[in-house]
Design a protein around this ligand. Structure first.
Ligand SMILES: Nc1nc2c(c(=O)[nH]1)N[C@H]1C(S)=C(S)[C@@H](COP(=O)(O)OP(=O)(O)OC[C@H]3O[C@@H](n4cnc5c(N)ncnc54)[C@H](O)[C@@H]3O)O[C@H]1N2
Ligand code: MOO
Length: 418
């Protein structure tokens, strides 16, 4: 009695063991047109080949001038300028600005040679045919962009693996990068196991439950830029599971099975992975809560994970072991990712040393501080998973955290790495 059922590994040990049997990066590189790259990750760093804007540019509607000609100008003693023409947008001005001269410019238009500033039209007055008065001085560089002020040719604008957001797509358009090498989405096969599971469109009979994990895991994969493939619900039968797993391994890049990862009489996942191919089962049991009955293996170069059946535990296990593969293709660059939010713990949390614990928390602002309210509940319950804004980790050797301790909250929906 009291004996451990699994030989648990820490998350770090499990990642290292898996990594030693996997290629450094599971992802393929593919070339895509810029408009198809949203949500994808760059396969290589991008180096700008040109300056942006590439020419001196006005940021206001007004007049291009030599700044020094406006020095000392005021409403009482305006500076007088001869207007020698207008720069049309999209056209390079041919005239040079000589002392005492100005040219009309629209926002974004190119500055004529000789000019080093622009005066806003509201600080000027007409002063007869072809002349203006400037009522305020401008400094050199005022109201203009330098040719390389935004982007410098030769500069690395994005590192490899950068996740492309809408603003990044426009930025890449500005330097003419219309085709890019990106990582192809990893295809993730998803299998649910359990005699009690029915599809969500069916009304469960007593003892049955709807299949939740296929839906959350499918959505997790999509949210991380992967390509989920559903393999449905498999009954608790070794032969059926082996066949479905073989099919999923053939058709996808990695497979997650939820349920049946523990050591009950109906828990077949470990045996199936072991039977299917080399090197087979790599670990069974993680020193985390929730998520202890997690297992991992490698079948013909492809990672296969057995996640706990409890939906909340399946999510944490997925985040610890599958998310890094979707974000980085492997477990080698885990220091990246979105920064957590600093919050103050609203109540103390106990934890057993020797395992990491993950608590779901809800954030609340009060008296100028951000509080993290732990949402407690058994891992078989679904509501805490939905009420929470994010998760807090209690490290392996900690016995817990005191009330008002400062904690890092990893917000769901951000690109964090646990
Ligand atoms: N004697 C022990 N029993 C259990 C231990 C243990 O250490 N010793 N660990 C417990 C923990 S922790 C968890 S988590 C569960 C995980 O067990 P399995 O991975 O084998 O999962 P199942 O037994 O198949 O299911 C557990 C639970 O989750 C429900 N489930 C499963 N799949 C789905 C799905 N796709 N959608 C919705 N719900 C699902 C299932 O009906 C069960 O209620 O083991 C504990 N037992
Ligand atoms: O993985 Mo279980 O749900 O730790 O509770």
């Amino acid at each position: 009695m009291g004996e451990e059922l699994f030989n648990v590994l820490t998350v770090q040990e499990a990642r290292e063991k898996m990594a030693s049997c996997l290629p450094a990066d599971l992802r393929r590189i593919t070339r895509k047109s810029l408009l198809d790259c949203l949500g994808m990750r760059l396969a290589h760093p991008v180096v700008a080949r040109e300056d942006v804007p590439g020419f001196m540019r006005s940021t206001v509607d007004g007049y291009a001038v030599r700044a020094e000609d406006t020095f000392g100008a005021s409403e009482g003693l305006p500076a007088f300028f001869t207007v020698t023409g207008e720069v049309r947008p999209g056209v390079a001005p041919e005239r040079v600005i000589a002392p005492g001269e100005a040219m009309r410019v629209a926002t974004g238009a190119m500055l004529p040679p000789g000019a080093d500033a622009a005066v806003m039209v509201e600080y000027t007055e007409e002063a007869g045919e072809g002349c203006i008065e400037v009522l305020r001085p401008v400094g050199p560089g005022e109201n203009i962009l330098r040719p390389d002020e935004d982007i410098k040719a030769g500069e690395e604008v994005f590192p490899g693996n950068h996740l492309l957001r809408p603003q990044d797509i426009g930025y890449l358009a500005s330097i003419g990068e219309v085709e890019l090498d990106v990582f192809a989405p990893l295809r993730v096969g998803i299998i649910s196991t359990g005699d009690e599971l029915v599809p969500p469109e069916e009304k469960p009979r007593p003892g049955e439950v709807r299949d939740i994990n296929s839906y959350t895991l499918y959505s997790m994969v999509r949210a991380l830029g992967g390509a989920p493939v559903l393999y449905g619900v498999v009954r608790d039968d070794t032969g059926l599971l082996e066949n479905r797993l073989r099919e999923a391994c053939r058709e996808t890049d990695l497979v997650v099975i939820s349920g049946g990862s523990s050591v009950g009489t109906r828990d077949h996942t470990a045996g199936c992975i072991a039977a299917l191919g080399e090197p087979g089962l790599i670990f069974h049991g993680l020193a985390v809560r929730p998520g202890k009955p997690t297992l991992g293996g490698v079948v013909d170069g492809k990672p296969v994970f057995g996640l706990p059946g409890h939906p909340a535990a399946a999510l944490i296990s997925f985040d610890l072991l599958v998310s890094p593969l979707l974000k980085f293709g492997g477990y080698h660059s885990l220091s990246e990712g979105a920064s957590p939010v600093k919050a103050v713990l609203a109540r103390s949390l106990g934890s057993a040393p020797g395992r990491e614990e993950y608590f779901r928390v809800k954030l609340r602002r009060d008296q100028g501080r951000i509080w993290a309210d732990p949402i407690l509940g058994k891992s078989g319950l679904l509501t805490p998973m939905v009420e929470a804004d994010g998760i807090v980790r209690i490290p392996l050797e900690s016995e817990g955290l005191a009330q008002e301790a400062e904690v890092d909250v990893y917000l769901f929906g951000t690109d964090y790495v646990l």
